[in-house]
Write a protein that binds this ligand. Structure first.
Ligand code: ATR
Length: 269
């Protein structure tokens, strides 16, 4: 029997994770298979029993289970605890661990930047924003701020992490060196073509980072690029959170360039 891995979420919808991990297993000749498991919230406790009994060797965890799954684990990383969400479950010996590789994914594409941005504006205050704030603090960006349409949520997030909170209508008033969109503005569907930033408000030399990866080039990134900014697409975060999961599960590295090509092809098809 191949080792079992998979993703739990509800509704699961389309996910590129099975294609990514099954490609990695095949490339490295590992006898393992990754499955999409749509799972209703009420079924989570029984499923986590199954993870221990079978065993299931690793899980990707997505909405709405990222917080609830924590009660079913033996250990939780400091990083996942700080965010209050687990997106990866793996075994370390007999203990079931929870990690949050979204933070690793957010940070990875920025590691090579020289110099590092000295300020970052995070747009949005949901789970992705929490990962972005945690990641930028881990990276050592000295001035991190958050702005959100609903002010109270931005204030709560800012207080949790000890960062600044800027009013949504004042978000473009300062020259941020890194601007990170974690809202769904620009995503394919009803919000495609929308952007959280005005084209004439990008500071010279800024980095624009979109968590949205479909479309690959959102209006936010297109306008940032046209303004001479460096851009980072949401595909990089998705790729790197997945590479980090694969490493935790197998102790091996998937080929990064090949994995990126696979995801680009999937998005363009
Ligand atoms: P995720 O976990 O992916 O971050 P989420 O928790 O639903 O998703 O968070 C989505 C974020 O995008 C929220 O901060 C939301 O703002 P509100 O708190 O005001 O709801 C923000 N968002 C969603 N639609 C938006 C829009 N049309 N304009 C601006 N912000 C929006």
């Amino acid at each position: 029997m191949p080792r079992a891995y998979g993703i739990i979420g509800w509704p699961l919808g389309h996910t590129m994770s099975p294609a990514l991990h099954n490609w990695g297993f095949a490339e490295l000749g590992l006898d393992a298979h990754y499955t999409a498991w749509p799972l209703e919230p009420t079924d989570l406790p029984a499923f986590m029993e199954r993870v221990r009994a079978e065993p299931i060797h690793g899980l990707s965890v997505t909405i709405p289970h990222k917080r609830a799954v924590m009660a079913h684990l033996d250990r939780i990383s400091d990083r996942a605890r700080a965010i209050g969400a687990v997106n990866t479950v793996y075994w370390d010996g007999k203990a079931l661990y929870g990690e949050n590789t979204d933070v690793i994914g957010v940070v990875a594409p920025l590691r090579g930047l020289d110099p590092l941005p000295r300020s970052a504006m995070v747009l949005g205050a949901g789970g992705a924003a929490r990962a972005a704030v945690a990641g930028f603090l881990e990276l050592g960006i000295p001035r991190v701020a958050v702005a959100n349409r609903t002010q109270a949520k931005a204030e709560a997030l800012a207080a949790d992490f000890g960062v600044a909170c800027v009013r949504w209508d004042e978000r473009m008033d300062a020259d941020w060196e890194l601007i990170c969109n974690t809202t769904p503005l620009g995503m394919s569907g009803d919000l495609e073509g929308r952007t959280p930033w005005n084209a004439d408000r990008f500071a010279t030399g800024a980095v624009a980072y979109d968590i949205v990866y479909n479309p690959l080039e959102t209006r936010f990134l297109a306008e940032a690029g046209a303004a001479g900014c460096r851009t980072v697409s949401g595909l990089e975060m998705f790729l790197h959170q997945g590479l980090a999961q694969f490493r935790l599960w197998t102790g091996q590295d998937m080929d990064e360039a090949g994995a990126r090509r696979l995801l680009l092809a999937a998005l363009r098809s």
